[in-house]
Design a protein around this ligand. Structure first.
Ligand code: CMX
Length: 139
């Protein structure tokens, strides 16, 4: 059903600071960056870029405003791990399978995620306290 862990998402108060920190201290580099108004986030995908380490990706998520999911998360829990994302080949098929197994998804239909991907989520209350994203990459 799932191909691999696509990324983990970290809620951060300031995107530029977070990118600089992970670059300077740990040598991660920026792979992609965008603003997703619908999700209320300024985000960056960072990675090692090392051969064979395509799966090593971290999504840094900063709130665009106070109503943002990320702002609420930081207010309540502080900055830190916010989500775990599973990559799938066909999100419509996987959604159907998950629903048939009684797993509730947040959105009736997938929404647009980073870099034109299609995303949906399993609520943390239904997934052992972890916000689980399922993501079908654009290509
Ligand atoms: N990880 C673990 N637990 C979380 C959580 C998270 N990321 N977010 C909320 N919770 C917990 C809260 O602590 C709270 O627990 P308690 O009841 O024990 O206090 C409970 O879940 C609250 O859930 P809620 O009342 O449904 O409402 P929230 O406002 O906290 O929203 C959720 C939770 C999952 C519906 C919301 O975060 C959401 O819609 N997430 C999906 C969208 C998203 O995360 N977008 C940003 C990333 C975009 C991208 O990846 O591209």
């Amino acid at each position: 059903l799932f191909i691999c862990i696509d990324h983990v998402g970290i809620a951060v108060p300031d995107l530029d600071e977070a990118i600089a920190y992970h670059a300077e201290k740990f040598g991660w580099r920026e792979l992609h960056r965008e603003v997703n108004e619908e999700q209320g986030v300024a985000e960056a995908m960072i990675g090692t870029g090392e051969q064979g380490a395509e799966n090593a990706k971290i999504q840094l998520l900063a709130p665009l405003n106070e109503e943002s999911t990320i702002a609420k998360f930081i207010d309540k829990k502080g900055p830190g791990l916010q989500q775990l994302a599973y990559r799938v080949a066909d999100i419509d098929h996987v959604s159907e399978v998950l629903r048939s197994r009684g797993v509730r998804l947040l959105y009736p239909e997938p929404k647009r995620g980073t870099a034109g991907s299609r995303i949906n989520f399993v609520h943390p209350k239904d997934a052992g306290g972890v916000l689980l994203e399922i993501v079908e990459l654009a290509n």
